[in-house]
Design a protein. Structure first.
Ligand SMILES: Cc1cc2nc3c(=O)[nH]c(=O)nc-3n(C[C@H](O)[C@H](O)[C@H](O)COP(=O)(O)OP(=O)(O)OC[C@H]3O[C@@H](n4cnc5c(N)ncnc54)[C@H](O)[C@@H]3O)c2cc1C
Ligand SMILES: [Zn+2]
Lengths: 416, 111
């Protein structure tokens, strides 16, 4: 693998940038691997990378039906934060946050992680009570957090309308300074390049159509390019997880919904942090290119078509204009949808399954981008050891039988 | 925007008048006291979530405020039928498959 550096950039400049090496190979599938990862999004690629790097397991394939990072990884609004309420969730997301903080160096790839802070607004007394509770819980877990009053909010976001006579007045906010955004494609590409360099085969345009199972144990996957064997298979397929589980003969406590986002035309810098509101339900940040990145809630019905409904777009923009009347005439450039895998308690599933050797990492729903490195890290350990990493242990499928849910619904602020 | 036919109002109305309420035809265990944790968990949390035909409940929240059922394709979002609670769907994954294979064999015969 070619090391990226400032000097390298200069050197390649001399040859008009025509001699850059490809970032990864495009290999032919082998007959047998030690581990197969189904799904080449950020989480799957991170899993493969840490399997090779931390556990020395390099005979690994990532099987992706489309192109790398073309699922929710490429469709999300890139908010990264770790201020979750319950210990189990807070530890998992904070584990990811710590990895984010060194990720560009570790991967030798600029993932443009920008710790510009995330603000969760409160508009009612109950919102404010929940915010105080969550910030206190975060601080007890060693996670940074503050409660801001309206004056402090206005200093950080002067263009937001915080006047007291709004329909939904801003009463305060929680603020996590270490939170922020990252470049979604770069995260997928950085992990892919790192995994490939360590010997992982990245198999694109390869769709898993079934599992070969014998005596309750997995033997490999059937694909459009033939059978590929492995005694350990990890599925990281986000919105399509339920489809894969059905192929393996069991159900998941997961439902697939469309989630949309939109970006505006590029503008001069106006917003240098992330503002989220659970109550009016919308969130916005500004990308380095200058476009506003806007999102909100899922469409209520189940759906696998990667698009959403117009009423949702309308509600989203109503919320943004309520907060920022100054944005009312900004034109929107693009709108799209992804398929998110929601669980009843808004927490992921990182778990063994009824099939031996077959593991699932899914249910990240509307908010898994922030967890990408942490999810890959603990899932790699789970696959390597054959049993759950301590941080992953509470996130089994069984919790929906035992009742030990980790209810992050309201607590996590807006769900991204 | 979906156009949804409410079988109670006997009219097509816009999606915004309705709220989707998840999978239909889920029977509550008849004897909760003697239902195993596994069956109870399945009843509460595990759904079919199919990629394809889905029988689901909708609520006419800004209309008659009654529940009804919808058969909808979760990939194309096309609504194939709506029917009242207590009734059974006429379009199912099986009936669709049978129709498709009948069509295929008809075409075979014509050639
Ligand atoms: C509009 C939107 C906004 C979001 N905003 C945020 C946010 O601000 N912050 C945040 O933290 N999270 C956010 N999320 C959620 C986040 O995007 C996801 O939780 C996360 O990216 C999931 O990563 P993944 O790698 O598991 O999934 P994906 O990137 O979806 O990867 C799964 C891959 O599996 C592949 N696959 C599926 N079936 C098969 C098969 N049969 N065979 C082979 N391959 C298969 C797919 O092609 C896909 O590439 C958002 C999501 C959306 C849609
Ligand atoms: Zn009606």
């Amino acid at each position: 693998m070619q090391h990226y550096s400032g000097f390298g950039l200069l050197k390649h400049g001399l040859s008009h940038h025509e001699n850059w090496q490809r970032m990864w190979r495009n290999p032919v599938p082998k007959a047998q691997y030690d581990v197969i990862i189904v799904g080449g999004g950020g989480h799957g690629l991170a899993t493969a990378y840490y399997l090779a790097k931390v556990h020395g397991i390099t005979n690994v394939a990532v099987v992706e039906k489309g192109w790398l990072g073309g699922g929710n990884t490429a469709r999300n609004t890139t908010i990264v934060r770790s201020n979750y309420l319950w210990d189990e969730a807070a530890w998992l997301y904070e584990h990811a946050m710590k990895l984010w903080e060194g990720l560009s160096q570790d991967l030798n790839y600029n993932v443009m992680f920008s710790q510009r802070g995330v603000m969760n607004l409160g508009h009612t007394l109950q919102d404010m009570r929940d915010i105080h509770r969550r910030v206190n819980a975060n601080r007890l877990n060693g996670i940074d957090g503050e409660v801001l009053d309206v004056k402090q909010i206005q200093e950080i976001v002067p263009h937001m309308d915080c006047s007291a006579n709004r329909r939904y007045p801003v009463m305060g906010a929680s603020w996590q300074p270490r939170a922020g955004v990252a470049r979604h494609d770069a995260v997928a590409w950085g992990f892919a390049r790192g995994a490939d360099a360590l010997g992982v085969d990245l198999l694109q345009q390869t769709e898993v159509t079934g599992f070969r199972i014998s005596g309750g144990k997995v033997l490999g996957v059937e694909t459009n390019r033939g059978f590929i064997g492995a005694k350990t298979v990890g599925c990281v397929a986000a919105g399509n997880s339920g489809v894969l589980a059905k192929m393996a003969g069991f159900k998941l406590p997961v439902e697939s919904h469309p989630l949309q986002a939109l970006v505006s035309e590029p503008m001069k810098p106006i917003l240098d942090t992330v503002v989220m509101s659970n109550h009016v339900h919308g969130y916005v940040s500004q990308s380095d290119k200058g476009d506003l990145v806007i999102g909100a809630g899922i469409d209520g019905y189940n759906g696998y078509g990667q698009r959403g409904s117009y009423p949702t777009i309308e509600h989203t923009l109503q919320a943004i204009v309520e907060l920022f009347p100054i944005f009312s005439r900004v034109r929107m450039n693009r709108q799209w949808g992804g398929i998110v895998d929601t669980t009843p308690d808004a927490c992921p599933i990182i778990s063994a399954t009824p099939v031996g050797g077959l593991f699932f990492n899914c249910g990240w729903g509307t908010g898994g981008f922030k967890a990408t490195p942490g999810s890959g890290h603990v899932f790699a350990a789970t696959l390597a050891e054959g049993k759950a990493h301590p941080l992953a242990a509470p996130f089994t499928i069984d919790r929906f039988i035992s009742g030990k849910l980790i209810d992050e619904h309201g607590a996590a602020g807006v769900a991204h | 925007m979906l156009h949804i036919y409410c079988p109670h109002c006997d009219e097509y109305r816009e999606e915004e008048e309705f709220r989707p309420k998840g999978e239909a035809h889920i029977a509550r265990p008849a004897d909760p006291e003697n239902t195993s944790d596994e069956d109870w968990g399945n009843y509460l949390f595990f759904r079919k979530n199919p990629r394809g035909l889905h029988h689901e409940q909708w609520f006419h929240s800004a209309g008659c405020r009654k529940f009804f059922n919808v058969t909808r394709d979760t990939v194309s979002y096309e609504i194939l039928e709506t029917y009242k609670p207590g009734q059974q769907p006429t379009v199912t994954a099986e009936s669709r498959q049978a129709q498709a294979s009948a069509q295929a064999s008809n075409q075979g015969a014509a050639k």
